[in-house]
Every structure is written in structure tokens, then in C-alpha cells.
Design a protein around this ligand. Structure first.
Ligand SMILES: [Zn+2]
Length: 106
């Protein structure tokens, strides 16, 4: 994730996001990406990933890496289609995992 400036949702101060990762205590297969507000110390979740999500992220990066080497428009269309599908799949997987984790915690 690229660094960017956000407003903290609890203290409203601006700060530059510096994303951190950690393994969940109750399931070490799951990695949480989060950041901490330097003003109030509030923690904000960005997303979760499990091994299948990380595998999907690797696939997506591999597809992106092929873009500059793609020579024909047909091949480019096909590759873009595969990237879109992979992104959609990744989004669904991350949403499902987030819901599962939130259900466990409530
Ligand atoms: Zn804050």
C-alpha cells in the first residue's frame, strides 16, 4: 500500500498512513494490515489476508508484471480481462474473511 494522508476518524487529526502488519493471535494464518494514528494512538484496520488471499495477490501481481511485455492489443485485452477477474475474486475473498473475523469477535 502506498503512503497517503488521512484524517483520523476518532481525533480528526491528519497523518500519513504507515501500514503495518501483524498475525492474529487466535489464528496465525491470518495477517492483519492496520495503521496507528500518531496523535491519539487509535488503531485502524485496513484489511485481512489468509494464505489463499495472499496466493491470489501473488497471481494478480504476476498478471500485472506481464502487462509491459504484452505486445498485441488482443493479448492486452485478454490480460486486462484476467486482471479484472482476479481483482474481483480478491475483493470477494477479502470481504468474506473480514466478515468471518468480525462475526467471531462480536
Ligand atoms: Zn487519532
Amino acid at each position: 500500500m502506498k503512503d497517503r494522508i488521512v484524517d483520523c476518524s476518532s481525533c480528526k487529526e491528519e497523518f500519513e498512513v504507515n501500514a503495518l502488519t501483524r498475525r492474529l493471535e487466535d489464528d496465525s494464518n491470518i495477517e492483519e494490515t492496520y495503521f496507528i494514528c500518531p496523535h491519539c494512538g487509535g488503531e485502524f484496520n485496513v484489511c485481512y489476508s489468509d494464505p489463499s488471499i495472499r496466493e491470489q495477490q501473488r497471481k494478480l501481481r504476476a498478471l500485472y508484471a506481464r502487462l509491459p511485455r504484452t505486445k498485441t492489443m488482443d493479448a492486452l485485452d485478454e490480460l486486462n480481462k484476467r486482471i479484472d477477474e482476479a481483482k474481483e475474486q480478491l475483493g470477494k475473498m477479502m470481504e468474506e474473511l473480514k466478515q468471518t473475523i468480525n462475526q467471531k469477535r462480536t
